[in-house]
Design a protein around this ligand. Structure first.
Ligand code: TRP
Length: 339
C-alpha cells in the first residue's frame, strides 16, 4: 500500500506553475493509496512573514486545494502546525543531521545569499530536517515534489537510513519521486522563458495567477516572449532552441491533457497558438475560481475540514514519534509514575 505525503507552503500568489506542476497531481492521485497533503505553515516562518497574512494565506491555500478538487473524504488535508509531532520529530532529526550536509543544501545557499547568511534564520538552515520529519512521521513511501526539492528528498532518505541504522528500524525510507513520463510539466516565465515561473524574482507579466481575470490571462499570454522565426513549422516543441514557444505549447498541452509536441502540429502562427493557449487556460481555471469563491464564503467549513484532517493525521504521526523517541533512548513519559 502506498502512502503519499506532500507539502505546500502557504503563499498568496499561487500561479499556473504551482498548479500544473504540483496541485493538479495531488488531485489526480488523491485516491492512490493513502494520501497526506499538508499546508506547511511552519516552513513559511523560515523567512519574514506578516502574522495576519500568514494566517489568512494558510486558510487560503487550503481553500484553494479544496477548490482544485481535493476531496477531504479521499485524502487527509491538514495544516502542519496543527500536528505538533512535526516539530517534535524535527528535533530528533536535527540531532541526526550534520552541519556539513545541511550547509550543502542549494536552497539554503540561494535563499541565504539574498539577505546574507549572517542574518538568515536558523530555521532556514534546518528547514530540510523539518521537511524530513513531515515525510517520515507518516512512513510515506512516495513524495511527489518538484525538481527543486529533490535534494531535500535525498537528505530525507539519508536521515531515515542513518536513524534506522543507529537506533533500529523506525522509518520507511521514501522512494525518490521521479515524475512518470509526461508529468512534472515545468512551466516557465512568460517574459523570460528560460526561468521557471515563480513568484519571487519574475515580473508580474511573466506569471499567471490562478485568480487573474480572464482578460488579464489573455493579455499576459498574448504578450508572451516567443522568437523571430516564421515559416510553416515555426510552431514546434523544442525547449532548448525555442523556449518561449515551447512553454506555450507546454501550457496548452497541460491545460488540455495533450502532448506538447503533438499539439504543435495544429498551429502555424504564434498568434493562433497564443489565442488557443489563453482560451484553454481560462477554461481550465473557470471552475476553480467558482469553487474557490463558494468555499471562501464559508471559512468555518474549511477550518472544519482541516480539523478533521489533523485528527486523522495526528495519531499516525504520534505513533511514529513515540517509536522514534523510544529508539533514540528518551524515557517514555509515564514510566516514572508506574510502580
Ligand atoms: N519544501 C517544500 C517546497 O517548498 C514544501 C514541503 C515541506 C514539502 N514539507 C514537505 C514537500 C514534505 C514534500 C514533502 O515545495
Amino acid at each position: 500500500m502506498t502512502r503519499v505525503f506532500s507539502g505546500i507552503q502557504p503563499t498568496g500568489g499561487v500561479h499556473l506553475g504551482n498548479y500544473l506542476g504540483a496541485v493538479r497531481y495531488w488531485v489526480e492521485d488523491q485516491r492512490d493509496g493513502e494520501t497526506f497533503y499538508c499546508v506547511v505553515d511552519l516552513h513559511a516562518l523560515t523567512v519574514p512573514r506578516d502574522p495576519a497574512e500568514l494566517c489568512r494565506q494558510t486558510r487560503g491555500m487550503a481553500t484553494l486545494l479544496l477548490a482544485a478538487g481535493l476531496d477531504p473524504e479521499a485524502c487527509n488535508l491538514f495544516v502542519q502546525s496543527h500536528v505538533p509531532e512535526h516539530t517534535g520529530l524535527a528535533w530528533l532529526l536535527e540531532c541526526t543531521a550534520s552541519m556539513g550536509e545541511l550547509a550543502r543544501m542549494t536552497q539554503f545557499k540561494d535563499k541565504a545569499a539574498k539577505g546574507g547568511e549572517e542574518a538568515a534564520r536558523v530555521g532556514l538552515f534546518t528547514y530540510p530536517t523539518l521537511m524530513a520529519a513531515d515525510i517520515l512521521l507518516y512512513q510515506a513511501t512516495h513524495v511527489p515534489v518538484g525538481e527543486d526539492q529533490r535534494q531535500h528528498l535525498e537528505l530525507t532518505r539519508d536521515l531515515a537510513g542513518r536513524f534506522n541504522h543507529r537506533y533500529g528500524e523506525v522509518f520507511t525510507v521514501p522512494e525518490p519521486a521521479i515524475p512518470p513520463a509526461g508529468r512534472g510539466a515545468r512551466i516557465m516565465d512568460l517574459q523570460e522563458p528560460t526561468r521557471k515561473m515563480s513568484k519571487s524574482g519574475g515580473s508580474d507579466q511573466g506569471m499567471i495567477g490562478l485568480f487573474d481575470d480572464p482578460a488579464v490571462v489573455e493579455r499576459k499570454i498574448s504578450r508572451a516572449v516567443t522568437d523571430a522565426e516564421s515559416g510553416p513549422d515555426a510552431v514546434r516543441f523544442d525547449p532548448d532552441a525555442k523556449p518561449g514557444v515551447s512553454n506555450l505549447l507546454q501550457i496548452l498541452a497541460a491545460a488540455t491533457g495533450a502532448d506538447p509536441a503533438e499539439v504543435a502540429g495544429a498551429y502555424r502562427r504564434y498568434g493562433d497558438l497564443k489565442a488557443a493557449t489563453a482560451a484553454a487556460v481560462v477554461e481550465m481555471l473557470r471552475p476553480l475560481r467558482a469553487a474557490y469563491q463558494d468555499l471562501e464564503a464559508d471559512p468555518a467549513g474549511v477550518d472544519r475540514v482541516l480539523r478533521r484532517g489533523a485528527e486523522r493525521a495526528g495519531p499516525v504521526a504520534a505513533a511514529t514519534l513515540a517509536r522514534a523517541r523510544e529508539a533514540i533512548g528518551l524515557l517514555p513519559p509515564g514510566t516514572a509514575y508506574q510502580s
